[in-house]
Design a protein around this ligand. Structure first.
Ligand SMILES: Nc1ncnc2c1ncn2[C@@H]1O[C@H](COP(=O)(O)OP(=O)(O)O)[C@@H](O)[C@H]1O
Ligand SMILES: [Mg+2]
Length: 227
């Protein structure tokens, strides 16, 4: 389509104020991700990876700098505008799964498509739940699923809307290695078949190695990418 990066951060910083103190969580972060690219975001615990992902998703605003999704500056949009842009382009898998407790696994996965007025979402939701290994658990409520199973429901849900950009925060973090591999395969299948851009926070060296590019966070700053 175009050469506009699907997502771009320009010199972003994030500060939080705690009582009298101002804490710098992110500083001087610039990055560009091209359409269809696969990028791993690495770094020690506490280095700011989740904060950065939240900003890139437009869930929170940076203290400095600008974030552009599909060339659109997020600062020029109100909360509703950011929500619309997100709904159109971005899927995410965060560490808190945010499943709705009164809906079954299947209903949770179908919900984003239903909200967008898509009919026939059930067949695709069933297919995705099968792919994450939950074919037998579709009618269970989240409270009856393990943490890893809930995570897989959240992953199936993120795939449901065929996002052009998928932001994932340690998507294999709570999973056993076999299930983790299955999820990784699914991420790259999505990338291959639908051109989905992947930006994935991970400690999983196998997942990082499969990405085209690796970025490393260190104490709120972006290092030169690792090999
Ligand atoms: N809302 C907040 N208020 C205060 N400190 C925060 C807040 N959010 C994150 N932090 C701090 O910022 C740092 C980076 O956090 P985070 O982005 O979660 O790191 P990572 O995901 O790399 O482990 C940590 O030291 C964390 O305690
Ligand atoms: Mg984190």
């Amino acid at each position: 389509m175009t050469n506009t990066p699907i997502i771009e951060a320009q010199h972003i910083g994030k500060e939080v104020t705690l009582g009298q103190e101002t804490l710098t969580i992110l500083e001087g972060i610039s990055l560009q991700v091209k359409r269809g690219e696969t990028v791993a975001l690495l770094g020690a615990s506490g280095s700011g990876k989740s904060t950065l992902l939240g900003l890139l998703a437009g869930l929170d605003l940076p203290s400095d700098g600008e974030i552009l999704i599909e060339g659109q500056p997020l600062s020029g949009l109100d909360e509703e505008g950011r929500a619309l842009l997100r709904a159109r382009h971005v899927g995410f898998v965060f560490q808190s799964f945010l499943l709705l407790p009164t809906l079954t696994a299947l209903e949770n996965v179908m919900l984003p498509a239903e909200l967008q007025g898509e009919r026939d979402s059930e067949a695709r939701a069933r297919e995705l739940l099968g792919k994450v290994g939950l074919g037998e658990r579709m009618n269970h409520l989240p409270s009856r699923l393990s943490g890893g199973e809930q995570q897989r429901v959240a992953i199936a849900r993120a795939f449901m809307s065929r996002p052009s950009l998928l932001l994932a925060d340690e998507p294999t973090g709570n999973l056993d290695s076999r299930t983790g591999e299955r999820i990784i395969d699914l991420l790259f299948e999505l990338n291959r078949e639908q051109g989905t851009t992947l930006l994935v926070v991970t400690h999983d060296s196998q997942l990082a190695a499969r990405c085209e590019r690796r970025l490393v966070m260190n104490a709120g700053r972006l290092q030169e990418s690792a090999a």
